[in-house]
Design a protein around this ligand. Sequence first.
Ligand code: GTP
Ligand code: MG
Length: 222
Amino acid sequence: MKITSAVYVKSFMRQQDWDLPPLPEFAFIGRSNVGKSSLINHLVHRKNLVKTSSTPGKTRMINVFLINESFYLVDLPGYGFAVGPEAERDTWRKMIWGYLQNSPNLKLIFQLLDLRHEPSKEDQTFFQQLVAARLPFQLIANKADKLGPNARAQQLKAIQHKLGAPQKPLLHSTLANLGRQELLACLTAALREPAPNQGEFAAGGAGAGATSPKSGVISGSS
Ligand code: GTP
Ligand code: MG
């Protein structure tokens, strides 16, 4: 896939406020600071389309970008940021799961993990919730530039094992320009599939390959 255009469209906090023309959507989720916004810039080959920061909690809303005038990339606020009061975490949960579970055109959710670390409790909880909700996902092990080739392979295995994931995560690094083509191939494959709530779904390289519609609201902690 060649990226020919990438534009910011809008930010919102509630899925009900989505008033954009229906097109396939891809969402990016993961701990704050794991590199979600940077990865979107890397994918579309634009340095500053999405705002990034070394301070966790930069992305606070659901930010939508229109790519090639044919699909959306959706940058989500990270879960590590919502470590404050329970009320704040609750707001985050409602925003994220309200979006993930009620978006009829959501093709694939990319859950980003830090390749250097064992998945955190929050990573694990979020992953389990994705599986329980039967949402189509693809794991990404990010910041691969921080490790050498041997350590990378070991960590990929360890992460897969810890999560009980069906497949190894995709390696990615914005800094080292790694994994971009593989991610684009994932998008291309998912774009060929019908949406998960429009019948049979098998998300190309995606881990879940879920076939059933989305279930009830997630209320567990994350
Ligand atoms: P929130 O918006 O807070 O949820 O964070 P985010 O996941 O969007 O992270 P962001 O893209 O803002 O990047 C966080 C920090 O990680 C920044 O300092 C980036 O420069 C750095 N970073 C992003 N991608 C990579 C990468 O591939 N390798 C390395 N080494 N650093 C990266
Ligand atoms: Mg961000």
